[in-house]
Ligand binder design. Structure first.
Ligand SMILES: Nc1ncnc2c1ncn2[C@@H]1O[C@H](COP(=O)(O)OP(=O)(O)OP(=O)(O)O)[C@@H](O)[C@H]1O
Ligand SMILES: [Mg+2]
Length: 394
């Protein structure tokens, strides 16, 4: 049984929590066992549903459970040991297998824990639908880039160390002053590594999608466009845009008419920008949509008859096509220009940088023994050509 996962992200205050809660309410009313989970430390789900919530999941309506992950608590329970060790390693002189650049993607414990919580809910078999109310864009992107980045980090730091550590432990500890981890730490790290790999798999499958929430304002739309590029870079499928807080037309004063006109222009830009995606629209209502009925009404108006849980058709953000001489790897990078994209090959990894985001893409086995023979950015995608290379004779 697959679980339909929908994540909501967007700039601060645009209506992510409201839209996530509204979508979850509709899902629950359609009979799906629904969980809505918040990865945002601000935890506004309680306010949206108008209920009190603790750190444990709470059922707020039929088929509908809300869980605000209390990262701090989980942190102390399970992550402290690993984190403590990492800090001591990084502090210790002489051990620096990673560059500063790569360190910048090193996660906060809270984000890791939110992901692990998501994983255990998805695997629990208790839910048909999991809705995720994310933190504002930058944090969400960091969160979603994390499983792969951490995977990379762990293979490098721990994979290498484990092989040498047993034999050298006594020597190293004395000589370099580098603390050697206990076996329990290694085991915890390995478990974490596996779990995060699973999270990444769960989130990049067809049943998991991301929706961009925006308000019709130029800066907000610009950020949403950049998020679409970055999400695609990391292999996530964006399946819709919600334009929230749209001023309804009709009789109004000059102030409101002014807003209607300027929003109309921005909405036209939104439609031009996200041509391949459904754009759902919701009015700026006279009051805050709080409580299950108001949230359901809000979401019903926004989706306007569309199935809020439909799984998108069409190809995902990354495809590989065989050619006569090798293969072409295509990564959708909407809006990206040639000058924004940088590409490098490191052994069996392809390093793709778009603006300030970087992806270390482990090349699929099908592309081993291929060399990169060219690349271009065209029609919103990066195309990398690979040529099959005969093995050299010794
Ligand atoms: N269409 C709307 N009409 C009226 N009020 C709205 C609408 N959408 C959201 N709100 C209200 O605006 C406030 C912010 O919305 P919400 O909490 O959903 O935004 P958010 O994107 O989750 O914010 P944050 O970035 O802080 O998490 C809330 O009080 C919410 O009730
Ligand atoms: Mg919120």
């Amino acid at each position: 049984m697959t679980v339909r996962i929908v994540l909501f992200t967007g700039k601060g205050g645009v209506g992510k929590t409201t839209t996530a809660a509204g979508t979850a309410t509709l899902a629950a009313r359609s009979g799906a066992r629904t969980l809505v989970l918040s990865t945002d430390a601000a935890h506004s789900l309680a306010d949206a549903f108008g209920v009190q919530l603790g750190a444990e999941p709470v059922q707020v309506a039929e088929n509908l459970t809300v869980h605000q992950v209390d990262a701090q608590r989980r942190f102390e329970r399970s992550w402290g040991e690993i984190q403590g060790y990492l800090m001591s390693v990084l502090d210790a002189a002489g051990v620096d297998p990673i560059t500063a650049e790569e360190l910048t993607v090193f996660p906060g414990a809270e984000e890791v824990l939110a992901l692990l919580e998501l994983r255990s809910h998805v695997l629990s078999g208790r839910w048909d639908v999991v809705i995720v109310d994310c933190a504002p864009t930058a944090e969400t992107l960091r969160l979603l880039a994390l499983p792969e980045a951490l995977n990379w980090y762990m293979t490098r730091v721990f994979g290498v160390q484990r092989r040498v550590v047993r034999a050298l432990r006594p020597v190293l500890t004395k000589a370099a002053g580098v603390p050697m981890p206990e076996d329990a730490v290694f085991e915890a790290v390995e478990r974490l590594h596996r779990d995060l790999e699973e999270v990444q798999q769960i989130l990049t499958e067809k049943d998991a999608t991301v929706r961009l929430v925006l308000t019709p304002e130029t800066v907000v739309v610009a950020e949403a466009r950049r998020s679409l590029t970055t999400l695609s870079l990391y292999g996530y499928t964006v399946d819709g845009v919600i334009a929230n807080r749209v001023f309804p037309t009709g009789s109004g004063d000059a102030w409101r008419e002014g807003w209607v006109v300027s929003q109309r222009a921005v909405l036209a830009e939104v439609r031009q920008s996200f041509v391949d995606l459904p754009i759902w629209q919701s009015d700026y209502s006279a009051g805050e949509p709080v409580g299950a009925s108001a949230l359901a009404a809000f979401a019903e108006a926004a989706y306007d008859g569309d199935d809020p849980l439909a799984t998108p058709s069409g190809e995902g953000p990354m495809t590989i096509t065989r050619t006569a001489t090798g293969a072409v790897l295509r990564i959708a990078l909407p809006f990206a220009q040639r000058r924004d994209v940088d590409l490098a090959r490191h052994g069996d990894e392809l390093v793709v940088t778009v603006g300030s985001y970087r992806r270390l893409l482990a090349l699929p086995a099908a592309l081993s023994r291929h060399v990169v023979s060219g690349a271009r950015v065209e029609d919103g995608s990066l195309q990398v050509r690979f040529r099959f290379e005969q093995e050299e004779q010794p």
